[in-house]
Design a binder for this molecule. Structure first.
Ligand code: PLP
Length: 400
């Protein structure tokens, strides 16, 4: 291949995007397709945040900013970590990038040498392994199915660590499973990590504000200060404040790591968008009450989807603690035959058949490294979800 460098040879365009493109094409052909694939809230960015962006433009905040975040935004992030996570850091521990995705990219580019291993539990957001590969590392995937609540166990972590391990990446609440780690889930993992000082921990807390019921969100660097010196706590405004397009992610970590990450940023994007940074200050420092309303709305949708899925013969769905995804097990459907005579052998077969005949777009577990499951994003209207679940139920009833 004359075009592709070795570092991206094994990386394809995301399967989620491919399914989305197929679904859009079917829509254009006139099919009533419902797409349950979105990775973003269906709410709008709050008005006070837009207002802050507008003021930033009017007052001339339209130039390059400090390399890894304005002093104002770093200060707001320091306040956020203290207020919401009990994590005490200084601006020197904080970095800001064009989304959490760039934070993760900077961290891996700054720290991985060829052959360094990164432990990633599956199902996982595929960006993790693709970034590790781009940075020359080796993803070590550890399957964590619904029998363990989609959570990595201490025994699994211990067994996966080798002398070449650089990082372990955790995501709570998780995309795609919606599973979240309670303090009692983190503590045994922290014990293992305390005994393995060469291993660093990256936690992706992106869905922190989307948790349900009495679930108490917590993050490892706050749970165990002895681990804070080798933990990168990743977060951002994309999901909490419905700001995916503004491209602001941030993290707290040890100063030496933050400095190394700044080197990557300085020769890639120079700085995050000045206007978006001003908007992010307003999001973090502004009113937070609307988060609870949005959470309640997501919870009603989660309950609708999980209840409907569990009523289908052949599907079981664990109740997720957070995010806006369900990751249902469809092992009971495998081996069944469609009215068209096709045998459903894999989760990919099932999702493709659902899209073609029921016109509902979901994503197979295979796209997240764990089969046989399928992901539904329920960041859609109740009406759309009700219709989609009715179609899935009717379709599954036709499988013989
Ligand atoms: N982390 C997880 C687990 C996600 O699912 C996503 C987006 O889908 C992100 C991070 C990306 O966040 P950002 O928009 O800040 O790049």
């Amino acid at each position: 291949d004359l075009i592709k460098a070795d570092r991206i040879a094994a990386i394809g365009v995301s399967e989620i995007l491919q399914i989305g493109a197929r679904a859009q094409a079917m829509k254009r052909e006139g099919h009533p397709v419902i797409i349950l694939g979105a990775g973003e809230p269906d709410f709008d960015t709050p008005d006070h945040v837009k207002q802050a962006a507008s003021e930033a433009m009017q007052t001339g905040l339209t130039k390059y900013t400090a390399l890894d975040g304005t002093p104002e935004l770093k200060a707001a992030i320091v306040r956020k970590f203290a207020r919401e996570n009990g994590l005490v850091v200084t601006p020197a521990h904080v970095t800001v990038s064009a989304g959490a995705k760039q934070i993760i990219f900077n961290a891996m580019m700054a720290t991985l040498n060829a052959g360094d291993e990164v432990i990633i539990p599956t199902p996982y957001w595929t960006t993790y392994s693709d970034i590790v590969v781009m940075a020359g590392g080796v993803p070590v995937l550890v399957p964590c199915d619904d029998t363990s609540g989609f959570r990595l166990t201490a025994a699994q972590l211990r067994a996966a660590i080798t002398p070449k391990t650089r990082w372990v990446m955790l995501n709570s609440p998780s995309n795609p499973s919606g599973a979240a780690y309670r303090a009692e889930d983190y503590l045994p993992l922290i014990e293992v990590l305390l005994a393995a000082p060469h291993v660093w921990l990256m936690v992706d807390d992106m869905y922190e504000h989307i948790v349900y019921g009495d679930f108490a969100f917590t993050t490892p660097a706050a749970l165990e200060p002895r681990l804070a010196g080798r933990t990168l706590t990743v977060n951002g405004v994309s999901k909490a404040y419905a700001m995916t397009g503004w491209r602001i992610g941030y993290a707290a970590g040890p100063e030496a790591l933050i400095k190394a990450m700044a080197v990557v940023q300085s020769q890639s994007t120079s700085c995050p968008c000045s206007i978006s940074q001003a908007a992010a200050v307003a999001a973090l420092d502004g009113p937070q009450e609307f988060l609870a309303e949005r959470r309640d709305s997501f919870r009603a949708r989660r309950d609708l989807v999980v209840t409907a899925l569990n009523a289908i013969d052949g599907i079981t769905c664990r109740m997720p603690e957070g995010a806006f995804y369900t990751f249902a097990n469809c092992i009971g459907l495998l081996g069944r035959r469609t009215p068209e005579g096709q045998v459903i052998s894999t989760d990919r077969d099932f999702c493709a058949w659902l899209l073609e005949t029921a016109h509902v777009a979901t994503v197979p577990g295979a796209a997240f490294g764990l089969s046989p499951y399928f992901r539904i994003s329920y960041a859609s209207s109740m009406a759309e979800l009700t219709e989609a679940l009715a179609r899935i139920t009717a379709a599954c009833a036709k499988l013989g």
